[in-house]
Design a protein around this ligand. Structure first.
Ligand code: MIC
Ligand code: SF4
Length: 755
C-alpha cells in the first residue's frame, strides 16, 4: 500500500533545518523536542521571536486533522458553513464511537450499520465531498488507525478527540481539540494555542516481568493528578524511553489526556523505525533519518533536564510495580501489591465481574499478544476464568493479524467475546446485561477513563484501569486483590499454579496483514457530491448561527446550577445512549449537565427553576429560562470540563441560552470550546467566592462592555435577602477571542470574513 500523504511529510521535513536554526537563534539555548516541533510549525514560518511558555498565544499550522464519528458530525456541520470547497490539509474521519459491543463483532457491526446508517452516510458523503479520507465502521479506533497510517515523527496534528495525543508515540505533537478548532485548520486558517509549559519525564531502567508501558502513565497520573498536566506538554526521554515499544509509547502519550496535558511526546528512535517499517512506511523512515537530529531533544537538554523543563519527574522502570488505578478517576493509583488492603479499607467490591481489553490506549498487536500469553497459560493449566472477558482490537489490521497468528483463538478458548474494532465499552457503547439493576460491582479494563457510569451506565460499577496483561490476570482470578507476582490460583485438579510473567511480540514476526482495511478515498473533485440532511431527521440538524452579542452588560442572570465536585464532559454532555444525537444540537441539548451534582441538594439533574420556585431537570429548567428570555449562568468547581474534547458540552449551553460558565478552574479543551462558541468562560479570581453563590442569586456582569484582554471582569451577585456583593472574575481571552464573543461564535466570524 502507498504511504498516505508522503509528499506532505517530505515537505515538512525539508523545511525543518531552516526552521530549527531560526528557533535556536530566537530562543538562544538548546531546545527540547517539544519546542522543535512547535517552532517548526509556526504559521508565520521561521521564528522571529521567542514565545513565552504558558503565556504567549501562538498561531500554528498543523500538518493534518483527524476526526471521529461522534465529533466529526458537529465539526463537519460547522465546516459546511465555512464556504470552502475542500479541506486545506490532509484530514480523515473514523467511524468508531457509534458501534455497540453486545454479542460479538459481526452481529454488533451489522446492528450498528442499521442503526446509524443515516449518520454514516452523512459522514461518508461529506468526507467524499470535501476531500477527507473516510475509515468505515469496523476499520478501527481512530488513534490506532492514525498511528498505523498517518502519524510521523516531528509532525503536528490536531484531532477532534482528546486522545489524539496518542500519536505522540510516533514522536508527534498531536493535540485534541473541539470541532471548531478543526474547522479553522481545515479551512486553511491558523490554529491558535497558548505556548505550552514543558514537563520532562526522565525514564531510566527497563521494564520487566509484569510491568508494562501502561504502568508508566498510571504512575505519572498518580503523581500529577487529573489536572497536573494542564497547559503543558509532557516530554519523555532517557534510556528507559528508548527501551519502550512504539505502541507502548502511544499508550503513555494517550493517557496524558487523563492528566490534562496538552499532549505528550517522545523523540524519534529505533522503536519508531521498527514500527514505521512494520506498517509499510520505509519512505517515512528514510525521510526522517535525514533530519533525525531535529526529531529529538538536544543532548544538552537531556543531560541537564532540570534547566530546560518547567517540571521534572524521574521514573525508574526497573523499580516500577504494575498499577491499578481507580475507581471513578484515572489518577487514583494503587500498586498491585497494595490493592487487597486498599480495596478492603475502602469497601470496593473484591470480586471482578468483567475484564475488558481494548480502547485506543491499549489495543495494539503487542497488547493483545501479551494478554493472550496469560490467557494461554490459564487454559493450558486448567484454570477456569472467574470473570467474563471481552476484547476490542484497535484496528482491522491488528485484528486480522492477531487472528492469523492464533492470538484471537487463544482468547476464544477462554470464552472471550471479540467485539468490533471500535471504542465499544470504553464510551458506554456496551449493552452489559444486568447493568440496569445498578448493583455494586467491580470491572477491570485497559482503557484510559473510568469516570462514574462511563462503561455501562451504572453509577455503582467500580471500574479500574490497568494494563491488558493485568486485566487478563485479574479477570482470570476474578479477584481485584490478586497479585500475579506472588499469588497462586487453583486449577481444575485442585493444584496451586502460578502465572508466568507475560510475553508477546512487539510487532508480528510474520508482518502485519489485512484484507480490507476499511478505507474509502475521497473523490478527486467532490463538487458534485450532494449532502442531504432531512429536515425531520432526529440524528442530524443543520446549524443556525448563534446570535451576536448585543453589546450590553448581562443583567439579572439566574443560576442554572452550581455544580459540585468532579464535573467532566461526561457529566455535562453524557455519551453512551446520547451519542446518537451528536449531529443534532437541539436533541442532544436534552442531556445538558444532567450528570452534574447540584451543590445545594447533592442531587443530579434536579435544579430550582427561579421563575416558578419548582425543581426540575436541568435542560427543562434552562429551556424555561430561554423561553422567558432570561439569561443564566453555570457555576462549577475545579478542572471543569475535564475529559473529552466534545464541543457539545459548550454548544448545548450556548444553544439553550446560558451566557457564562464561572468555575474555579477549567480543563484546556473545554475552555477553548466555550470561547469558540461565543460563551463567557470565567474563573473566580478568589476561589473561595464559589461559596458565596446561593441558589436564588441573580448576577450582573456590570463591566462586560469593557471586556478586554488581561483585565478582570466584575460580577455583582444579588442575594435574595436584598444584599449584593461584587467579586472579580478572571478570563484568558485575547483580543481575537473577544472578537469571537462579540460575533457570537468563531464560526460567525469566519462567515463574516468570507462574505
Ligand atoms: C472519550 O474518550 O471521552 C471520547 C468519546 O473519545 C471523547 C470524544 C467524544 O466525546 O466524542 C474524547 O475523548 O474527546
Ligand atoms: Fe474511543 Fe475510548 Fe479512545 Fe475515546 S478513549 S477514542 S471512546 S477508545
Amino acid at each position: 500500500m502507498k504511504v498516505f500523504d508522503l509528499d506532505m511529510i517530505q515537505r515538512v521535513y525539508e523545511r525543518y533545518p531552516a526552521r530549527i536554526a531560526a528557533a535556536r537563534k530566537v530562543v538562544g539555548r538548546p531546545l527540547t523536542l517539544s519546542e522543535k516541533i512547535l517552532y517548526a510549525h509556526l504559521w508565520e514560518g521561521e521564528a522571529t521571536t521567542a514565545s513565552e511558555r504558558g503565556k504567549s498565544y501562538v498561531d500554528f499550522a498543523p500538518d493534518r486533522v483527524a476526526m471521529q464519528d461522534a465529533t466529526a458530525q458537529m465539526a463537519l456541520l460547522q465546516f459546511m458553513q465555512a464556504g470552502k470547497k475542500r479541506v486545506a490539509v490532509p484530514s480523515t474521519v473514523h467511524a468508531d464511537h457509534l458501534i455497540q459491543a453486545k454479542v460479538g463483532a459481526s452481529k454488533d457491526l451489522q446492528d450498528s450499520l442499521n442503526q446509524n446508517n443515516e449518520v454514516f452516510n452523512f459522514l461518508s458523503s461529506i468526507s467524499n465531498k470535501y476531500g477527507i479520507g473516510f475509515w468505515k465502521p469496523g476499520a478501527g479506533i481512530i488513534h490506532q488507525v492514525v498511528l498505523e497510517n498517518y502519524a510521523f515523527p516531528g509532525g503536528m496534528m490536531i484531532g477532534t478527540d482528546s486522545h489524539t495525543v496518542n500519536a505522540g508515540g510516533l514522536g508527534m505533537v498531536a493535540i485534541g481539540v473541539g470541532g471548531a478548532d478543526a474547522v479553522d485548520v481545515m479551512a486553511g486558517m491558523a490554529w491558535e494555542l497558548k505556548f505550552p509549559k514543558l514537563i520532562g519525564v526522565k525514564l531510566t531502567g527497563k521494564l520487566s516481568g509484569w510491568t508494562s508501558a501502561k504502568d508508566v502513565i498510571l504512575k505519572v497520573a498518580d503523581i500529577l493528578t487529573v489536572k497536573g498536566g494542564t497547559g503543558a506538554i509532557v516530554e519523555y526521554f532517557g534510556d528507559g524511553a528508548l527501551s519502550l515499544s512504539c505502541t507502548g509509547k502511544g499508550t503513555i502519550c494517550n493517557m496524558g489526556a487523563e492528566i490534562g496535558a496538552t499532549t505528550s511526546t517522545f523523540g524519534y528512535d529505533e522503536s519508531m523505525r521498527r514500527y514505521l517499517i512494520a506498517t509499510g512506511r520505509q519512505e517515512v523512515v528514510t525521510a526522517a533519518d535525514a533530519i533525525a537530529e531535529h526529531l529529538t531533544g538536544d543532548k544538552e537538554v537531556y543531560a541537564e533536564p532540570e534547566k530546560y523543563f518547567d517540571q521534572l519527574i524521574e521514573i525508574n522502570l526497573s523499580e516500577l510495580e504494575p498499577h491499578i488505578n481507580g475507581p471513578f478517576t484515572p489518577d487514583r493509583g494503587t500498586p498491585v501489591s497494595k490493592m487487597r488492603a486498599e480495596a478492603t479499607a475502602n469497601g470496593w467490591p473484591m470480586q471482578v465481574e468483567w475484564g475488558l481489553i481494548g480502547s485506543c490506549t491499549n489495543s495494539s498487536y503487542e497488547d493483545l499478544a501479551r494478554a493472550a500469553s496469560i490467557v494461554k497459560q490459564a487454559v493450558a493449566q486448567g484454570i477456569t476464568p472467574k470473570a467474563e472477558f471481552g476484547i476490542n482490537p484497535g484496528s482491522e489490521q491488528v485484528r486480522y493479524t492477531a487472528d492469523r497468528d492464533g492470538i484471537l483463538a487463544d482468547f476464544e478458548k477462554m470464552g472471550t467475546k471479540v467485539f468490533t474494532n471500535a471504542c465499544g465499552p470504553c464510551i458506554g457503547q456496551w449493552a452489559r446485561e444486568g447493568a440496569e439493576k445498578q448493583e455494586k460491582n467491580t470491572i477491570v479494563h485497559s482503557f484510559n477513563r473510568n469516570f462514574s457510569k462511563r462503561a455501562d451506565g451504572n453509577p455503582n460499577t467500580h471500574a479500574f484501569v490497568t494494563s491488558p496483561e493485568m486485566v487478563a490476570a485479574l479477570a482470570i482470578a476474578g479477584d481485584l486483590g490478586f497479585n500475579p507476582l506472588t499469588d497462586t490460583l487453583t486449577n481444575d485438579k485442585g493444584e496451586q499454579v502460578k502465572l508466568e510473567a507475560p510475553v508477546g511480540d512487539e510487532l508480528p514476526t510474520r508482518g502485519f496483514a489485512v484484507e480490507d482495511n476499511g478505507y474509502q478515498a475521497p473523490a478527486a473533485d467532490g463538487s458534485h457530491v450532494e449532502i442531504a440532511v432531512a429536515p425531520d431527521s432526529q440524528r442530524l440538524q443543520l446549524l443556525e448561527n448563534f446570535p451576536t452579542w448585543d453589546g450590553q452588560n448581562i443583567i439579572g442572570a439566574r443560576l442554572l446550577i452550581k455544580a459540585k465536585g468532579k464535573c467532566t464532559t461526561d457529566h455535562i454532555s453524557m455519551a453512551g445512549p446520547w451519542l446518537r444525537y451528536r449531529g443534532h444540537l437541539d436533541n442532544i441539548s436534552n442531556n445538558m449537565l444532567i450528570g452534574a451534582e447540584n451543590a445545594f441538594n447533592g442531587e443530579a439533574n434536579k435544579v430550582k427553576n427561579q421563575l416558578t420556585g419548582e425543581y426540575g431537570e436541568v435542560p427543562a429548567v434552562q429551556r424555561a429560562y430561554k423561553a422567558a428570555g432570561v439569561p443564566s449562568i453555570v457555576v462549577g468547581d475545579h478542572n471543569y470540563g475535564e475529559g473529552s474534547s466534545r464541543e457539545h458540552a459548550a454548544m448545548e449551553p450556548r444553544h439553550l441560552g446560558v451566557r457564562a460558565v464561572l468555575v474555579k478552574s477549567f480543563a484546556r479543551i473545554h475552555e477553548t470550546n466555550l470561547k469558540k462558541q461565543g460563551m463567557l468562560g470565567l474563573t473566580f479570581a478568589n476561589e473561595a467566592d464559589y461559596d458565596k453563590i446561593q441558589e436564588d442569586d441573580t448576577f450582573d456582569f456590570i463591566d462586560l462592555q469593557a471586556f478586554a484582554p488581561d483585565t478582570q471582569l466584575t460580577l455583582q451577585i444579588n442575594h435574595s435577602n436584598g444584599q449584593s456583593e461584587q467579586i472579580k472574575v478572571n478570563h484568558t481571552y485575547n483580543a481575537s477571542q473577544i472578537d469571537w464573543f462579540r460575533a457570537g461564535s468563531a464560526l460567525n466570524l469566519i462567515k463574516m470574513m468570507e462574505a
